[in-house]
Ligand binder design. Structure first.
Ligand SMILES: C[S@@+](CC[C@H](N)C(=O)[O-])C[C@H]1O[C@@H](n2cnc3c(N)ncnc32)[C@H](O)[C@@H]1O
Length: 279
């Protein structure tokens, strides 16, 4: 049985010793749940696979610290990225920590907008994508459909819209999972699940070695959307077709990080998948 943790990873940490540095929630976040270098390669591969040509522009909705946008322009010289987020705090962090590391030429290919993903005037892209389940903030079907409609509007011809999704039997009850990293632990805490509304409350906690646990560093008040619901709502929003990419399994029954297009999934305690809407 495939069992994956929700976007947790065990990558090598490049962090300094805790006693030498301030608590940096975004550094621990990216180190625990994001894999921007892998993600941008995946997005490029999926576009090529589905469209038989190469993408150039990628729009990162709910971009937060826009780490993926920075990786996208590093990946190919003709890549351009647009990041969209409402919150200045993660955007400022991204400017200071990731954007500042780009060459001047690469910087010229990144555009960051402090804006709502529902804004109908957002720039168009070959790929519009939303990572880390950010669209789970839309709790009503009409709200999610409006967002998907706007994503579709933001696609160039032959564009694709990519979102991730997670689920599994584990998500139907409160649970907390600890993942140990070098120098700290990451906790993914599902505090509640309401079967009547499918709403669930999640938190991320961190505990650095030798320090007390820092509770609720990030919190998420979400509706758990299922893959068939997402596909149906994409079609209702006007997408011509949808595709699902499901993670393969390694020898230990864990997710192997390789996502391939499927028509059937597997019954799992915990899974992450990608859903693609085709314009
Ligand atoms: C779960 S975080 C995801 C950050 C990043 N995409 C990632 O993969 O880790 C959600 C982000 O969405 C932003 N956000 C929430 N509602 C938004 C909206 N309507 N328009 C734009 N950004 C929004 C928040 O400010 C936050 O940075």
């Amino acid at each position: 049985m495939l069992q994956v943790n929700t976007k947790q990873k065990t990558g090598k940490s490049k962090m300094k010793k805790n006693k030498d540095k301030e608590f940096d929630k975004y550094e621990l976040y990216i180190n625990s749940v994001q894999s921007p270098e892998t993600d941008v390669k995946f997005l490029r591969r999926v576009y090529k696979e589905l469209r038989d040509k190469k993408p150039e522009t990628m729009r990162e909705d709910f971009c937060g610290t826009f780490a993926l946008s920075c990786e996208w322009v590093k990946l190919k010289k003709d890549h351009k990225a647009i990041g969209v987020d409402l919150d200045e705090e993660p955007i400022s962090y991204g400017k200071e920590h990731y954007f500042s590391q780009l060459t001047d030429e690469q910087k010229g290919r990144v555009e960051i907008l402090t804006a709502n993903v529902l804004d109908p005037k957002l720039p168009k892209a070959d790929i519009v994508q939303a990572q880390n389940f950010s669209y789970f903030i839309f709790k009503k079907r009409e709200e999610l459909r409006d967002y998907y409609k706007n994503a579709l509007k933001g696609l160039k011809s032959d564009g694709i819209f990519v979102v991730d999704c997670f689920g599994g039997s584990q998500c139907f009850e409160p649970n907390e999972e600890e993942t140990e990293h070098k120098g700290y632990s990451y906790f993914w805490d599902q505090d509640s699940f309401d079967p009547v509304t499918n709403e669930a409350q999640f938190y991320i906690h961190f505990k650095r070695k030798g320090e007390k646990k820092r509770e609720k560093v990030f919190s998420y008040d979400w509706r758990m959307w299922s893959i068939p619901e997402v596909r149906e709502i994409m079609l209702e929003a006007g997408f011509k077709d949808t595709a699902v990419y499901w993670e393969g399994t390694d020898e230990d029954g864990e997710g192997d990080g390789e996502f391939t297009r499927v028509t059937k999934g597997e019954d799992c305690e915990s899974w992450v998948a990608y859903i693609v809407g085709l314009k």
